[in-house]
Ligand binder design. Structure first.
Ligand code: UDP
Ligand code: MG
Length: 335
């Protein structure tokens, strides 16, 4: 059985088309599988949940839940994976940029023994130059981090995960993390399938530059301490240079011509001040994430769901809006 997980934010125009395409591809007798579709409404303003509830009422394979506020697509995918009943799961955006036609290819790789099958875009249609440049920079920079080397360099938007990966993922309770990077970091047997990423069908992308920057910072702070280590190295180098400069001034004073004026002083103060502030900023990035993780707030809160709360999974019970303030008895019940 295959579970398809779709995060959705204001996608009423795309979801009916995606549903039709999924049925066409997955109901094919040649594929011979059972399937379910979980659509997680990330607090849309356009009636996405009502639309999905209507589809779910007619098709028992379809389920949907609505978040109490916008928690982001990664939280929505996390919810879907935590409630998947399949032997494997495919995550897939609602906007038809991730083509359902590719699912049989992903399944074929899974049947050959892969635990994680990345669908990586060999080409992206309808994207701006700055989007492509930022994506290139992000992947090139973060691919150097140990543990993320398996992730395809051309970028990932969706993937197929085996049950063992879904179960391992359910034990991760971080919120400040790109789930693609987290899954890559887990290891297992990973393979990649290339595809042509289409332009978005209706509406425009919800991922602005600020969200992309936050994701890049999350990936860096979640998987490497290199920036903190670089701060220590920079501190040593600057201290050494300062020591050399001091020696130089003393030497000049001894030979009777000490350097004059405050220009050199103010340059040193400004450069040092700037470097120290950047270093404190880097520490701050790690520190506030630590504080936020220690608070252990749920990664999402459910406002309503098409199934009765608790009936989706015996382990991961959805938190309903009314239960959200109840004392936490453990991470499992919070997610
Ligand atoms: N999405 C979401 N919450 C958000 C933003 C996006 O659930 O706050 C969903 C969106 O509906 C889509 C998927 O995440 O199904 C990918 O989003 P989008 O197409 O905007 O991103 P892009 O393709 O530009 O990376
Ligand atoms: Mg998209």
């Amino acid at each position: 059985m295959l579970t398809v997980v779709t995060p959705a934010y204001n996608e009423t125009r795309n979801l009916p088309l995606l549903y039709e395409q999924l049925k066409k591809v997955l109901d094919d007798p040649a594929l011979g599988i059972e399937w379910e579709w979980i659509v997680v409404d990330d607090h849309s303003k356009d009636g996405t949940f009502e639309l999905m509830a209507g589809i779910a009422a007619q098709d028992p394979r379809v389920r949907s839940a609505r978040f109490s506020r916008n928690f982001g697509s990664h939280a929505a995918i996390t919810y879907g994976l935590n409630h998947a009943r399949g032997d494997c799961a495919v995550t897939m955006a609602a906007d038809l940029q991730d083509p359902p036609d590719l699912i049989p290819t992903l399944l074929a790789e899974w049947k050959k023994g892969a635990h994680i099958v990345w669908a990586s875009r060999s080409n992206r249609e309808g994207e701006s130059f700055s989007t492509l440049l930022f994506a290139r920079l992000y992947y090139d920079l973060t691919s150097k981090i140990e543990g993320l080397k398996n992730r395809p360099r051309t970028g990932v938007d969706f993937c197929l995960l085996d049950r063992c990966v879904i179960d391992a993922f359910a034990q991760m309770h971080e919120s400040h993390v790109s789930i693609i990077s987290l899954i890559a970091w887990m290891g297992f047997r990973q393979t990649t399938v290339l595809y042509n990423k289409q332009a978005r069908r209706f509406g425009k992308s919800h991922v602005n530059f600020e969200k992309k920057l936050l994701l890049a910072l999350d990936t860096i702070t979640a998987f490497t301490y290199a920036p903190i280590r670089m701060m220590s190295y920079a501190g040593f180098v600057i201290a050494f240079l300062g020591f050399c400069y001091a020696a130089f001034i003393i030497l000049r004073a001894l030979v009777g011509s000490p350097p004059e004026g405050w220009a050199s002083l103010i340059v040193t103060v400004l450069v040092m001040g700037g470097i120290q502030m950047v270093m404190m900023g880097i520490l701050g990035e790690y520190l506030w994430r630590t504080l936020d993780e220690v608070r252990s707030r749920p990664r999402y809160i459910i406002e309503s769901a098409t199934d009765k709360p608790g009936s989706w999974s015996s382990v991961n019970q959805p938190v309903t809006a009314s239960a959200a303030n109840a004392p936490a008895s453990g991470q499992e019940t919070l997610t």
